[in-house]
Write a protein that binds this ligand. Structure first.
Ligand code: CA
Length: 379
């Protein structure tokens, strides 16, 4: 469906869905054949049977009701239920309750479950290009990612690659810029990074490795203790809100601003044949609700991070910036990582080149607008 058609359909469907509410008698009172969206969607699986409930099993990589990521999915499911008049139910299976946290991609690909909520960088072992949809060191911000995804080539490329795995992705949130992490000792120069054992996954980890860091992968539950005992020297996690809940400030008090994950997206991905079997109205409701989830989660991260940083500062935590030689080495390292992965994988090259081309223009614009404005606002 063309985007314009979708918007027309979506607006009409939402209006009808919201008007109908959850009340059976109200719902029957609406004549769907007369609603304005009818014409534009009449060629496809229209006319959801409102007497037959459709259920989508969705597995997440997060614990139940996990702050922001988990509660955002809860809200999405509730919105889908409300907008569909109860005809579409998203049944959420939290991490490891039905599917192990990092098996959700395969389980959805095979059709064992219908959908998942997670992050694309977890699947870089399947195709290194997937990590590019999450966030790249010195890459796009959340706002730029949305712009590239929705109006540039991002979504087109993502869907093309995921189709090979029977998957249909939608955006499902963004952490916004992540912090550089918590360090047991201050970083005064690039020399202090040599041999440092740091929990840092993804392209950030590969970039840090080139700078002399020893990247370690650890399950979330083991990070605090490892940091406390000196098994690792540093960890990145997300941002002030989620970091504070993990308590890292108690054992590694040097908190750094970062550039390794300037905007990491979360995904809501469906089994493609299952998606195709959904009625157009249900597809439209999911598309709208996921769009709202994407926006709301991004906004909530921003809000909660703002509040949490104030609290951390009240606890005496100071924010540091990496020294210039660390930043310069990081920029050089990420160019090497992207170059090497592009040489190995044509999919990676296609996506990476497209991002590079988008970003070269976006940088000019952000320098002339947001960057300039923020400098003046803070002055
Ligand atoms: Ca992170």
């Amino acid at each position: 469906m063309k985007r314009r058609d979708f918007l027309a359909t979506a607006a009409a469907t939402t209006a009808a869905g919201l008007l109908s509410g959850c009340n059976e008698s109200n719902r029957q009172a609406i004549d769907y054949s007369k609603h304005p969206g009818k014409k534009s969607v009449a060629d496809k699986n229209v006319n959801v049977n409102y007497n037959k409930k459709v259920k989508i099993n969705l597995a997440t990589s997060w614990p139940a009701h996990f702050p922001i990521m988990g509660t955002g999915v809860d809200e999405f499911a509730q919105n889908v239920k409300r907008a569909s008049g109860g005809s579409l139910e998203i049944k959420i299976h939290a991490k490891n309750t039905l599917i192990p946290a990092l098996a959700v991609f395969d389980a959805t690909s095979s059709g064992q479950i219908d959908a998942f909520h997670s992050g694309p960088y977890y699947w870089k072992g399947k195709n290194s290009a997937f990590s590019l949809f999450s966030g790249i060191p010195f890459g796009m911000t959340a706002e730029e990612i949305n712009s590239w995804m929705l109006y540039g080539n991002g979504m087109k490329l993502w869907r093309k690659l995921y189709a090979r795995y029977n998957l249909h992705p939608l955006m499902g949130g963004n952490t916004n810029i992540q912090m550089g992490g918590w360090f047991r000792k201050p970083i005064r120069s690039l020399a202090d990074m040599q041999g440092l054992k740091m929990r840092i996954p993804g392209l950030g980890g590969e970039t840090f490795a080139k700078m002399g860091v020893n990247p370690i992968l650890l399950p979330a539950g083991e990070i605090y203790t490892s940091l406390e005992r000196g098994v690792i020297d540093a960890t990145e996690w997300v941002g002030p809100a989620l970091d504070m809940k993990m308590g890292f400030y108690k054992v590694a008090p040097y908190y750094y601003s970062g550039w390794h994950e300037p905007g990491s997206i979360l995904e809501l991905t469906f089994n493609k044949p299952r998606w195709a079997k959904l009625g157009s109205e249900h597809q439209a409701i999911i598309e709208m609700a996921s769009s709202q989830m994407n926006l709301n989660m991004t906004s909530q991260f921003h809000y909660e991070n703002t509040k949490a940083l104030t609290l951390l500062k009240e606890k005496g935590i100071k924010i540091y910036n990496f020294p210039d030689d660390v930043n310069a080495a990081g920029k050089k390292a990420v160019r090497e990582v992207l170059g090497e992965l592009s040489a190995k994988n044509p999919d990676f090259k296609e996506v990476s080149d497209d991002i590079k081309s988008f970003l070269s223009e976006a940088e000019v614009y952000s320098k002339a607008s947001l960057h300039h404005y923020l400098n003046i606002r803070e002055g």
